[in-house]
Design a protein around this ligand. Sequence first.
Ligand code: GLP
Length: 251
Amino acid sequence: MRVFVAESEQAAGRWVADAVRDRAVRGPQVVLGLPTGRTPVPLYAAMRDDAARGRLPLAALRTFNLDEYVGLGRGDAGSFRTEMDTTLFGPLRLSDAQIDFLDGRAADLAAECARYEAAIAEAGGMDLIVLGIGRNGHIAFNEPGASLQARTHVETLTESSRAASVAAFGGRLDAVPTTAVTIGMGTILGARSVVLVAAGASKADVIRGMVTGAVTTWLPASFLQLHTDVTVVADRAAAEGLPPEAWQPLA
Ligand code: GLP
C-alpha cells in the first residue's frame, strides 16, 4: 500500500485523473470503478478538463459506479446516478453503452445485484477502482460491522453515513435513504488496481487505522491491506495521523 500526501485536493484529483488517462491512452478500453461524494469532485473536474483539451480518449472509458441508494435512480434528486450524470457522464458525453450503474429502483434488488456482478465480470473486471472513504471507514457502502459481504448486495446505512449524506437531501435526515445497493468487499478487491482518495481532518482517524492498524471488519477500508496494488492519495489533514515513515509526498 503506497501512501502519497498531496498539497491540495486539486493536486490529488489531478494525480488520479492522470492515472485514469494513462490507462485510457493504453486502450483499447479501461474499466473504471467510480465513487461519488465530495472527495472525487476535483478528480471529475480534472477529467472534464482533460476531455475539453482532447487529452482523454473518451471512447475507451467503461464505467461502473460503487453504489446507489435503494429507491433512487437516474433522474432522481439525491441519487448517485444523477450526481454522476451532472458531474461526469453528461460533460464527457459518455454513451449509455459505456455506463453501468446499480438501479436503486429495481423491483428485485437481489437480481439487480447479481446482474451487476455479471456485468463487471463480462467487462473483464475493473482495471482501476477509485474509492473515497467514509468517516467511519466504509468503502463504497460497505459499513463497519461484525461481518462484511463479498459481492454486490443491499446494505443498511449507519446513522453516521446517513448524517454525512444529508446535504444532498435538503438537510433533512429523514429524507436520506436507510439502505443502499453497493459493490462488496470481494468486488473491490477483485479490481486490478485500487486508488483511495481522502481529504479533510474527518478522515484522519480511519486513514491511520487503514494504513497502520489491523485488518478488521470494523474498519472495512483496512481490507485494502490484502490487495497488492493500492495507492492512497490523501491531503495533509487526512494524513495527519500517519507516522512519517508511512507516507511520501506526492511528486
Ligand atoms: C459515501 C459513498 C462513498 C464515499 C463516502 C465518502 O458514503 N458511498 O463511496 O467514499 O461517502 O464521501 P465524501 O467523499 O463526500 O466524504
